[in-house]
Design a protein around this ligand. Structure first.
Ligand code: AKG
Ligand code: FE2
Length: 351
């Protein structure tokens, strides 16, 4: 039973020092603290969207501007029920507090569709992320495998079902705005996605003995269309728009969703919408919880600009499927990690 021998990050947290497998290279380590908050990311009220006239135009304009600028904005006054957000977060915290054997009953290793993972999705990663996660494949509904949804704590399954439904609704409204911003019909993006996929990733970052040496989640862009991220009040989500030279820590706002645009949004808008470049840092004082809901196209949806202006060239050489795009992204990431590992093995100064 290999799964039973795994060590959860919560157990690693008990040690006074960080295990070397979590230690990042100097240039990857956080330089901006988890609680040194920035207000650079716009906070937009969704109430304005439902109204008519000037308020709607203003909210709409700010969403589009943020999508072009950072590829990130925070959404408040949205329709997702506040008590449901609190319930999801508290049930998720209860799950991560369970004994390791209980969590590992849902271990996702070996290609299972959903469940519990220690650290990273990617096999072959050299340095590990300081986190544990639970993943739910929630849409399309027909593809749900409830046997992979943790049955403890009681009530989490039902709360997750309702949460995924409400977030899907909100996500679809955002797609209408982004479609119209591209001068397309309201339903253009949802049609391009063929059949909207949704995946929920609940991230738990235990408190960490040496947070300056590691990352909760390494730098990345999300692959899909948009991600709606619910974070607690601790702080740790960071973004860069100068290729990792400088970072900001996004200020947590209770009940808000941080909306990140992903690679698919970047490609179909021919580069107009930014794919948010982000990561999560950890701290030594307390654990942190975030719930990321990824709204993605179907695996066979085409990835190619939906519209190009006169004389504008496509940023993509060819049209590929979303599953092919995802595969290439993952193998690029692994190749980079492998090269980095080789370089450090061949550098006597680092050994
Ligand atoms: O925990 C966070 O703030 C970031 C999570 C994230 O980026 C992800 O799950 O893709
Ligand atoms: Fe992300």
């Amino acid at each position: 039973m290999a799964a039973q021998m795994k060590i959860c990050v919560c157990e690693e947290a008990e040690a006074g020092a960080l295990h070397p497998k979590f230690i990042r290279d100097e240039e990857e380590r956080p330089k901006v603290a988890y609680d040194q908050f920035s207000d650079d990311i716009p906070v937009i009220s969704f109430a304005g969207i439902e109204e008519s006239g000037e308020k709607r135009a203003e909210a709409w304009r700010r969403i589009v501007a943020a999508s072009e600028d950072w590829g990130i904005f925070q959404l408040v006054d949205h329709a997702v029920d506040f008590t449901l957000l609190q319930r999801m977060s508290s049930l998720a915290r209860d799950f991560f507090a369970l004994p390791s054997q209980e969590k590992l009953r849902f271990d996702m290793s070996g290609g299972k569709k959903g469940g519990f993972i220690v650290s990273s999705h990617l096999q072959g990663e050299v340095v590990q992320d300081w986190r544990e996660i639970v993943t739910y494949f929630s849409y399309p509904v027909a593809a749900r495998d409830y046997s992979r949804w943790p049955d403890k704590p009681e009530g989490w399954r039902a709360a997750t079902e309702e949460y995924s439904r409400q977030v899907m609704e909100l996500g679809c409204k955002l797609l209408e705005i982004l479609s119209e911003a591209m001068d397309l019909e309201k339903d253009a993006l949802s049609k391009a996605c063929v059949n909207m996929d949704q995946k929920i990733v609940v991230n738990f970052y235990p408190k960490c003995p040496q947070p300056d040496l590691t990352l909760g989640l390494k730098r990345h862009t999300d692959p899909g269309l948009i991600t709606l991220l619910l974070q607690d009040q601790v702080g740790g989500l960071q973004a860069t728009r100068d290729d990792g030279n400088t970072w900001i820590t996004i200020r947590p706002i209770q009940g808000a969703f941080v909306v990140n645009l992903g690679d698919y949004a970047h490609y179909v808008s021919n580069g107009r919408f930014k794919n948010a470049d982000h990561r999560a840092v950890v701290n030594s004082k307390c654990s942190r919880l975030s719930i990321a809901t990824f709204q993605n196209p179907a695996p066979d949806a085409k990835v190619y600009p939906l519209k190009m202006g006169e004389g504008e060239e496509s940023i993509m050489k060819e049209s590929i499927t979303f599953s092919e795009m995802y595969k290439r992204k993952m193998s690029n990431d692994l190749e980079l990690a492998r090269l980095k590992n080789l370089a450090s093995q061949n550098n006597p100064l680092l050994n």
